[in-house]
Design a protein around this ligand. Sequence first.
Ligand SMILES: Cc1ncc(COP(=O)(O)O)c(C=O)c1O
Length: 411
Amino acid sequence: MSGPHSGPRSLSESELIMGDPGPTGRFGEFGGRFVPESLVPACMELEASFRRAWIDPAFRRELDHLLHSYGGRPTPVTECLRLSEELGVRVLLKREDLAHTGSHKINNVVGQALLARRMGKKRLIAETGAGQHGVATATAAALFGMECVVYMGAVDMERQALNVFRMELLGAEVRSVESGSRTLKDAVNEALRDWVASVDTTHYCLGSVMGPHPYPWMVRELQRVVGDESRAQCREILDGKDPDVVVACAGGGSNAAGTFAGFADGTSSVLVGVEAAGGAAMHNGIPGVLHGMRSALMQDESGQILEAESISAGLDYPGIGPEHAHLAAIGRARYETAGDTEVVEAFQRLSKTEGIIPALESAHAVAWVIRVAGTEVLPTGSTVLITLSGRGDKDVAQVRDILRRGETTPR
Ligand SMILES: Cc1ncc(COP(=O)(O)O)c(C=O)c1O
């Protein structure tokens, strides 16, 4: 199944599957910019600034330098010898858990903070679910001496208490969101509300490939480094070949989009995004508009957004970034789900076989690979790259409690 490397950069941006969506920010029928009148100029200013910065060699140099000297890039690709033997497939992990602050979120945030500084903004706001994006934003704010406010659902503040303290240690103010399901969706609403009122001084550092244009495209480009690095590293390990299957978990979908961007053009690698079974917008969703974008959303017949439900705060979102809806529509990526019990089992299995404790979010991708290894989707002898989006330290207490309560059986 491996495809030869035919050089994705030889195609023009508009010909690329994961290229520039242009000024409308449309990915097929998805994406766009559905925001209140007061935010349209802010989104347009942000798009123009990002376009200028992204082709400015000085900006790119500074970003690369920071991601290297501060963020710990490049992260390695690790071959899982024991798990591979058990599953009969060759498993490689892209180790975003080893990036500074413990997840891929730092890639996006350092880029957006640099951009905010360039735009003269002195205050960063962010939403967070698992807390990783909030921690990354608080970190970048500390690095650049900016004020930082993070919106977080009250439910998530409870299950990710350690990350709340971490953000406070880093100098950020964490605001508890008590509306709706008190999780990620509601935190995004509050952050957007803040931005409407503070747009002159504030940059909204959105944490995934969602929201109004330019965020889905901009965040994907800032996360592309994960896919570009992986592609080169895999070719070294696999004697010039690409992995047969490339898998990443998907909440809003930024680690998946960044990973897929390295493989979507010029390879025949099968791209698989794994959502939480209780937050599976690609499986249970229908097209609609939320948080400034048109995408696949979990909603009832009258368009009311349904609550997502997952043990993993970072995947507890009733939507997915619009480019994923498009990649599914054109058949370039497929989307699968993993349930809480198999995720907790995968969390333990990777810990025991490889000495790597994954984030619960990333454990969704691992769980799917464990389930399908040896089937026609992932035949014996094939190669699979999993993006390990983050480390599991933040989830250890939660998993301990789940296992103690016997909600799932220890392995
Ligand atoms: C470690 C980790 N992985 C994945 C996600 C999901 O985000 P995305 O789908 O944007 O990668 C999160 C979100 O908080 C996270 O913390």
